[in-house]
Structure formats: structure tokens, C-alpha cells
Design a binder for this molecule. Structure first.
Ligand SMILES: Nc1ncnc2c1ncn2[C@@H]1O[C@H](COP(=O)(O)OP(=O)(O)O)[C@@H](O)[C@H]1O
Ligand SMILES: [Mg+2]
Length: 240
């Protein structure tokens, strides 16, 4: 059984076809990177896969369940750290965790919160208001919050956007720590991020999923000298 499977997934916004017939199969525990230039359809795909917006057409199967019929059950086993970091700016780090634990009605609230504090080394910032944190810490908190319900599947939409190189590498460690434990779908503009973190990469362009493979195979297939060049070759269909 796949973690995520889509068949002919389509999303139209009026005349704009944002996602155009995507067939995707993601394995359990896989770290899957979804790449594509701006406007390729990555965020729209993630929003549909996480049940935030409805597809115009096609099927989404999550752990064997149909998104149309089992929406609530599916939402219990996934979570999202969205492109716009979802922390409450005026709450402290601790309060953010408590708030989210409340939203999800987590049973062993304190245990779970303490586990996340330890996992993400949040101790030093626990009493700081989220808005006073650096971008890197805010994003780390956002990812910690998205793990509060022990999701089987986590969507990370551009988790390292705008972070400096040190904060980015720090976040890579966090993401690497999730590898193999849960299914992670990551979108990014940083090719070295996709290459170093992911098991497989899907390349989108203009709403279509052009190809799915390992970064290594993309380099081999295109004969490019590195993954960035391989990405450009695939995303532009060799039209550069
Ligand atoms: N709510 C919306 N209404 C109209 N068009 C949208 C909406 N959301 C996204 N789009 C369009 O759909 C396309 C794909 O967007 P998006 O999924 O955000 O791309 P990406 O995340 O790959 O940059 C873009 O052309 C974008 O302008
Ligand atoms: Mg996006």
C-alpha cells in the first residue's frame, strides 16, 4: 500500500489549470521532494493532498483511504507546515505548543509537548514570543507544531525559504531526523536540499508532473554535470 497515491489529479482556478493530471505514488516513510519553478503547481498539489482544497478532478488515496470519503480519518494522520509559517506570533513557544495540543485534543499533552521540546531543542526559546524569534527558529517551531498529532504524513512547503545557510543546515538535520519514521513531502527551490535530503524527486512544470526519479538518476538520464543542471534540463524539456 502506498502512503499517497493520486490518479489524474486536476485543479482549475477559473481558466487557470494549476495542476494538470498528476499521477503520483509515494511510499511509506519516503522523503519525497517536489520541485518546480514558481507557479509550477507544487503548493496547489500539497493543498489538495492535505485536504485543504478540493481537486477539480481525479483521485487521492492516502494509506488506502479515499480522500473524498474518509476526509476526517485522513486528516488525523497528516499535517502540514505551510509555506507561510503557521505560528501564533503573540504566543510564546510553550504557549504555541499548548495551543496546538489543544486544537488536536492531544491526550498526553504534557508528555507530547516535552517530547517535541527535546526533539527540537526548544528549551532555550520556550518563553519567547514567537514573533521575536529568528526565521529559522520560527520555522523549526512550525515543524514541531505540525508533529503534535504524530502524523504518518507530513507536508513541508518550502521549509527553508529565506533562511540563512546555517539555519537551513540546522533545519536539514531536523528533517533528516524524520526520515524513515514518517512520510515527508517537501517542496523547495534549493536543489542541493532536494538532492541531499530526498529519496526521490518529482519535477513539476506548468501543472504537470514531468518525471519522478532519484536525484542521481536525473543526473545520469540528462547527462548533466550536477543535479541543478539536470533539474533545468527536465523542467524546461531541454528547451534552454
Ligand atoms: N487561489 C488561486 N486562484 C487562482 N490561481 C491560483 C490560486 N492558487 C494558485 N494559483 C495559480 O496556480 C498556479 C500554481 O500555483 P502554485 O501551486 O502556488 O505554484 P508553486 O507552489 O509551484 O509556486 C500559479 O499560476 C498560480 O498563480
Ligand atoms: Mg508554492
Amino acid at each position: 500500500m502506498y502512503s499517497i497515491e493520486t490518479k489524474n489529479l486536476v485543479k482549475k482556478f477559473k481558466d487557470k489549470i494549476a495542476v494538470n493530471g498528476v499521477d503520483l505514488m509515494i511510499n511509506k516513510g519516503e522523503l519525497f521532494a517536489l520541485l518546480g519553478t514558481n507557479g509550477a503547481g507544487k503548493t496547489t498539489t500539497i493543498k489538495m493532498l492535505s485536504g485543504l482544497i478540493l481537486p477539480t478532478d481525479g483521485e487521492i488515496i492516502i494509506e488506502g483511504m479515499d480522500m473524498k470519503k474518509d476526509t476526517l480519518k485522513i486528516k488525523e494522520i497528516l499535517n502540514v507546515s505551510p509555506q507561510e509559517t503557521a505560528v501564533a506570533p503573540n504566543l510564546t513557544v510553550k504557549e504555541n505548543l499548548e495551543f496546538m495540543a489543544g486544537v488536536y485534543q492531544i491526550e498526553n499533552k504534557e508528555t507530547k509537548i516535552n517530547e517535541l521540546i527535546k526533539q527540537f531543542r526548544l528549551n532555550e526559546v520556550l518563553d519567547k514570543k514567537a514573533k521575536t524569534l529568528s526565521g529559522g527558529w520560527q520555522r523549526k517551531l512550525s515543524i514541531a507544531l505540525s508533529l503534535i498529532n504524530d502524523p504518518h504524513i507530513l507536508f513541508l512547503d518550502e521549509p527553508t525559504l529565506g533562511l540563512d545557510v546555517i539555519a537551513r543546515k540546522e533545519l536539514w538535520k531536523v528533517i533528516e531526523g524524520l526520515k524513515g519514521k514518517i512520510t515527508v513531502i517537501l517542496t523547495t527551490h534549493y536543489m542541493e536540499e532536494a538532492e541531499s535530503l530526498s529519496d526521490r524527486v518529482g519535477i513539476m512544470s506548468d501543472g504537470k508532473l514531468i518525471d519522478v526519479d532519484t536525484a542521481e538518476n536525473f543526473i545520469k538520464k540528462t547527462g548533466a554535470k550536477n543535479f541543478e543542471d539536470a533539474f533545468v534540463a527536465v523542467a524546461t524539456g531541454g528547451e534552454l
